[in-house]
Design a protein around this ligand. Structure first.
Ligand code: HEM
Length: 278
């Protein structure tokens, strides 16, 4: 008996999932070593990807045999992500949106698949939506704690699913939609391959994100009005990017040797004065 599509997807992408989970960026994130700059860029990247998946899936409306791929509205969360970006970057975030090279590559693939082989979009919808419903929940709590983002959910609304009471129940619902697609054996195998490609594209996006050092991120490092809660916190930065705050520099940045020279000189002068006056 052949496995259901989602069961086959889970098993075919098990190793790829481990690779994605274990990228340096994700490992740092799980250890709460995430800077606000990286987090902001991550959300910009999510936006580039989410919009592309969303638009390509929407175009499937004209193909009834693939309509099962269209995810229920609750999964889209484009407007939640827009609200997060507005909170994190302030007005003008849209004009300043950055889409790093690996993300552009991922978008290109989504557009290509959408126009040439739309049935493979199932692989991308699975990777994106199931991932956000699973690991995304862990990341939300970590980000709130490490970056001091408010528990009200501002800045992390993308990871929340307000209309979904049980993420497990919802995952079951979406799995059953994917499982009920009528697919040839060949297309099924292509979807499994495409899902592995989707994970690999995610790995490359995280590697890209990790590589972009603080200087490349500096433009987006300020927190806008309304994001004051974050500004109050000392942000933990990724490994190798430890920064000394201005206030710390005042205490730790002054070398001790000039003080020693002055003290020694005064002591010599006092001793000489005493010697000659006796
Ligand atoms: C810190 C990183 C991550 C953690 C802690 C994590 C954790 C998890 C967990 C616990 C599950 C199992 C949920 C269940 O069995 O119902 C899961 C499933 C899943 N994750 Fe992740 N994940 C991470 C990163 C990612 C990434 C980067 C992607 C893809 C881009 C991803 C895609 C998926 C998918 C597609 C599933 C559904 C598997 C299935 O049930 O078919 N995850 N994740």
């Amino acid at each position: 008996m052949t496995m259901d599509l989602c069961e086959a997807l889970k098993s075919a992408t098990k190793e790829a999932h481990e690779r994605a989970e274990n990228t340096q960026f994700m490992r740092n994130f799980q250890n709460s070593q995430i800077s606000l700059e990286h987090f902001k860029l991550l959300f910009e990247i999510y936006y580039c990807l989410l919009i592309s998946v969303f638009e390509e899936l929407q175009r499937l409306g004209s193909k009834p045999q693939l309509s099962g791929l269209l995810s229920p509205g609750e999964l889209h969360r484009v407007s939640a992500l827009e609200a997060d970006l507005q909170y994190l970057h302030g007005e003008g975030w849209r004009e300043a949106l950055r889409c790093p090279p690996a993300t552009s590559e991922y978008v290109r693939r989504l557009r290509h698949v959408g126009s040439e082989q739309p049935e493979l979009l199932g692989a991308h919808a699975y990777t994106r939506y199931m991932g956000d419903l699973s690991g995304g929940q862990v990341l939300r709590k970590l980000a709130q704690k490490a970056l001091g983002l408010p528990a009200s959910g501002r800045g992390t609304a993308f990871f929340t699913f307000p209309n979904i009471s049980s993420s497990n129940g919802f995952k079951q619902l979406y799995r059953s939609r994917l499982d009920s697609l009528e697919l040839s054996q060949q297309t099924r195998l292509q979807i499994l391959d495409e899902a592995n490609r989707a994970f690999q594209l995610n790995v490359e996006v995280f590697e890209d994100l990790q590589r972009l050092g603080p200087s490349a991120l500096r433009n987006g490092s300020s927190v806008p009005e309304g994001g004051a809660e974050i500004r109050q916190r000392t942000v933990k930065r990724p490994l190798g990017d430890e920064k000394v705050r201005e206030s710390d520099r005042a205490v730790t940045g002054t070398p001790a040797w000039p003080v020693g020279v002055v003290v020694l000189s005064v002591a010599v002068l006092v001793a000489a004065f005493l010697w000659f006056s006796l």
